[in-house]
Write a protein that binds this ligand. Structure first.
Ligand SMILES: [Mg+2]
Length: 282
């Protein structure tokens, strides 16, 4: 693979890895993508820290540990970072808010509890609203969250992806749920507010990942398949990023985008080859 001297020098400094899962290490059906198993094993053999990422806040981290293990990838829970984990960590570390009304699944409530936040019911005076990909959504809970937002409570989301892909087509994701609340509250001055995002591509997600890696931005490589989340996470915060073409993004989509990944590779196996070529890995 052709690498510019500048890119080769930056790759040579890489020690830690933030790796997206779906579309990068495997595809939804549960098949490991080319080079994924060899790459993760090589990182482990070389003692390089790695954290796997997902913007999906509906499932517990343990679900991903199991899914990866089935594919021959061993990653422990401490090195899985969901947008729910990142959002909860950010609230606990950077805000005085401790009593979120969680419009999300049991997994998101568990992520909050893990860092000392107390998911709080509508009637018990929550101090903020945290919205995630809510597979347990009911009309009552959507209404409660909307009323709390109208009341002016600080309002956060794990991510705002509008849709997620299912075998049957596109389904409403967190962004679609937030849009329903914004529409409901469009009477508010300035229109119905949208939440502050704490997952990819925000600094909250990056900082949570770097803290788990124990690496600086300079020493870290982000690998992922999405331009608006994975690659923007790198581009906006000065972290080297490698796009793989095994998921959401193809060459046409890349050409039409303003986001410019530092490295574009066919798959994670090709990223691995570039890292070896640059001397970052044996
Ligand atoms: Mg992905």
């Amino acid at each position: 693979m052709e690498l510019s001297p500048t890119l080769e020098a930056r790759l040579a400094r890489i020690r830690g890895y933030l790796i997206d899962m779906d579309g990068t290490l495997y595809i939804s059906g549960g098949v490991a993508l080319p080079g994924a198993v060899e790459f993760v094993r090589a990182l482990d053999a070389a003692g390089r820290p790695r954290v796997v990422l997902t913007n999906n806040s509906s499932k517990r981290g343990a679900v991903y540990v199991e899914r990866l293990a089935k594919l021959g990838l061993s990653v422990d829970r401490a090195h899985v970072l969901t947008s729910g984990d990142a959002a909860a960590a950010w609230l606990a570390r950077n805000s005085p808010l401790r009593r979120p009304y969680v419009l999300g699944t049991a997994a998101l409530r568990a992520a909050c509890t893990r860092v000392g936040l107390k998911p709080t019911a509508y009637a018990d005076d929550p101090d903020c609203v945290l919205l995630g990909y809510d597979l347990e959504l009911t009309y009552r809970r959507l209404s409660e969250a909307s009323l709390l937002v109208a009341r002016g409570l600080p309002y956060f989301a794990t991510h705002l992806d509008r849709t997620c892909i299912d075998a049957e087509g596109l389904l409403p994701d967190a962004g679609a749920i937030a849009a329903a609340i914004a529409t409901t509250n469009s009477f508010m001055p300035g229109g119905g507010p949208m939440p502050t995002v704490l997952g990819k591509p925000t600094a909250a997600m990056l900082d949570a990942g770097l803290a788990l890696l124990g690496c600086t931005r300079d020493e870290t490589l982000i690998i992922g398949d999405q331009l608006d989340t994975d690659m923007t996470l790198g581009a906006q915060h000065g972290v080297l990023c490698a796009l793989v073409l095994t998921g959401e993004t193809d060459r046409a989509k890349l050409a039409a985008s303003a986001v410019r990944p530092d490295l574009v590779a066919r798959d994670v196996g090709e990223v691995f080859a570039a890292l070896r070529q640059a001397g970052a890995l044996p």
